[in-house]
Design a protein around this ligand. Structure first.
Ligand SMILES: Cc1ncc(COP(=O)(O)O)c(C=O)c1O
Length: 386
């Protein structure tokens, strides 16, 4: 194995320096635990950034990948493959949408949604929320709020940004020229801000009033993360388009964009496509992941353990705790970068979304004991910092 110091040096010479990484090289994972190159163990409350919902290397997902890899890995979308069709049917059932388009990441699912809006409405103007994150490709980036992400890459097709959870602001921004409103039901990258159910219901009405489509970006909130299969269920609002990725295929890269009837039918043959999308191997992994979420009641587990985690964190006296299910944001007076570093030294992987906010998004298979340990480490780190 390459020594960590040497690995870090070689990374800096061989890989574009676009990521800020923590000083750790991970080599193995199981459930909510990962191990580094020195054999040290960590509780993973980042979970691949809300990807490892079924835990690291879930045996059923590993088995499905192995079996499919020995049979057929990839053929292209020039041919029919069974796993892709069965997966689309599963997603239809779970989301209430009519048809699925497969892709390979969250940003790609947003790109597909943006193209579909143009096809279905003939309009291209989008209204998005302040603090939003929809991805880094040019189309998705135009709808991502943080000016430091957008400014170096202008010109972009940029959304009109409105304050989140503000019905009046949304109503004022959406016009007859709007093609769509795109919203995260819970804003993850921003630090876990939850949309009010009334706000999402109002968004539905505002879109209907002008013939605009409503897109829910559930890339981060999907597959049980918020204590429902999809976060839209908390409000009961059915959007026209849903974007998915992250947890979908148990850790392998996959995305999907789903839409309701007439909207989905607006895409014609040749309108969009991707070489790897919905391949046999990745679809097998996604089907196994969905099966594990069902078999192990992970949606309910997320709701219950999320409530437990928030209650335990409250005792640490944060400024604010937000979240649904096992998607939790906590504002602290402390320097969160130092907190994350301290937690790492004490065997816990955490993520800070800003100077004073940490986000906790563990695998949904996490146990109460593991939560207790993480809360204890955060508490001790906070004491050290004060
Ligand atoms: C809500 C949301 N949309 C889109 C994306 C982009 O996904 P990806 O990084 O897979 O392109 C993310 C990633 O964090 C996200 O949280």
């Amino acid at each position: 194995m390459i020594d960590k110091k040497e690995l870090i040096k070689r990374e800096s010479e061989a890989i574009f320096q676009t990521y800020t990484r923590q000083n750790v090289a991970l080599v193995r994972g199981s459930g909510a635990t990962v191990w580094d190159s020195d054999g040290r163990e960590y509780l993973d409350f980042v979970a691949g950034i809300a990807v490892n919902n079924v835990g690291h290397c879930h045996p059923d997902v590993v088995e499905a990948i192995k079996k499919q890899a020995e049979t057929l890995i990839h053929t292209s979308n020039l041919y029919y493959t069974e796993n892709q069709v069965v997966l689309a049917e599963e997603l239809k059932k779970l989301t209430g949408m009519s048809k699925a388009y497969f892709c390979n990441s969250g940003a790609e699912s947003v790109e597909a949604a943006l193209k579909l809006v143009r096809r279905a409405t003939g309009k291209s103007k989008i209204v998005a929320a302040e603090r939003s994150f929809h991805g880094r490709t040019l189309g998705a980036l135009g709808n991502t709020y943080k000016p430091i992400y957008r400014e170096p890459f202008r010109p972009l097709d940029e959304a009109t940004f409105v304050p989140y959870n503000d019905q009046e602001a949304l109503k004022a921004a959406v016009t007859q020229e709007s093609g769509a409103v795109i919203l995260e039901p819970v804003q993850g990258e921003a630090g876990v801000y939850v949309a009010d159910a009334d706000y999402l219901r109002a968004a539905r009405q505002i879109c209907d009033d002008v013939g605009a489509l409503l897109i829910f970006d559930e890339v981060q909130t999907g597959f049980g993360r918020t204590g429902k299969w999809f976060a839209k269920e908390h409000s009961g609002v059915l959007p026209d388009i849903i974007t998915l990725a992250k947890a979908m295929a148990g850790g392998l890269p996959m995305g999907a964009m789903l839409a309701t009837g007439a909207v989905a039918d607006a895409f014609q043959r040749g309108d969009h496509g991707s070489t790897f999308a919905g391949g046999a191997l990745i679809s097998a992994a996604a089907l196994a992941t969905i099966q594990v979420i069902q078999n192990e009641n992970l949606v309910q587990r997320s709701a219950e353990l999320g409530a437990y985690l928030r209650a335990e964190l409250k005792d640490l006296g944060p400024r604010e705790i937000r979240g649904l299910g096992l998607m939790v944001g906590m504002d602290l007076d402390a320097d969160c970068k130092a907190l994350v570093e301290n937690a790492l030294q004490n065997g816990v992987l955490l993520n800070s979304t800003s100077e004073h906010t940490i986000r906790l998004i563990p695998p949904l298979v996490v146990t109460e004991e593991q939560i207790d340990r993480v809360v204890k480490v955060i508490g001790e780190s906070l004491k050290k910092a004060s």
